[in-house]
Ligand binder design. Sequence first.
Ligand code: ADP
Length: 286
Amino acid sequence: MVPNGHPSRYRPALRTGQKFDASASDRPILVFENVYKAYRADQPVLRGTNLIIERGEFVFITGPSGAGKSTLLRMLYRAETVDDGRILFLGRDIARLTDDSVPMLRRNIGVVFQDFKLVPTWTVFDNVAVTLEVLGLPARIIHIRVGEALERVGLSGRGSDRAAVLSGGEQQRVAIARAIVGEPALILADEPTGNLDPLLATDILGLFEDIHETGTTVLFATHDRTLLDVRPRRVVVLDEGKATDVPHGLGMEEDFDDFGECVDEYTPMEDVEPRVETPTDRLAVA
Ligand code: ADP
């Protein structure tokens, strides 16, 4: 997947196709416009959420347990419906995609979960290859690309091991390889370090950062505040059904057990700096 090991020679992340045209590269990769979501009418999870993610960003989504982080991610690949408002992926309203277009959407989005979701009796190779097999790619191509993906996550030579014999950290690496092997434009990570000890968690974060370096947009949902402090990154807090940018580090010394209380003490980024438009600007501010 990384010819000659050089990220800049990586194949373009975004597949062209009739549903995702070339002008899409000028648009934000994701726009949430006033999104509402409720599983129970009296307890809405998202209450007019607005959020813009530019192509190539690395964004932490954080907030208290139950704030709706998983829900927000699940709506992106149409595992949940949107009750009101719009979510645009490369300018296209996800809710309005026809059923025929949903596989195309999902091909452009790789997902990594807290509990890995591997098939334990399958080999590492098969767990990764499945992403490409459903696309009907030739076995030879699958073999090459799975090998490249496993190399990127540091698991070269482990392809024939059964997934069940791997450690938790290794299993999460397999899951990451499965998510990236199709070269999606967007990677969603839903508490990917939640089952790992702190050292492994930092390793896994590093892998996502490597993936981001190759141009892939990464949305990383976590409530682990130590990860937020590893490097200056854009941090979006989801709380009370709204998404708010917070400057990196500001107020992070507060007890973070209850994000709801902490968020009230933040000054939203818009109030302390002019609105920043690019990932680089955001890093400069952070
Ligand atoms: P987070 O990922 O931030 O912990 P979730 O998105 O998992 O939050 O959940 C947000 C809220 O929605 C929680 O109160 C949760 O119990 C509820 N919820 C999530 N999924 C469902 C579902 N399928 N049916 C009913 N309630 C759900």
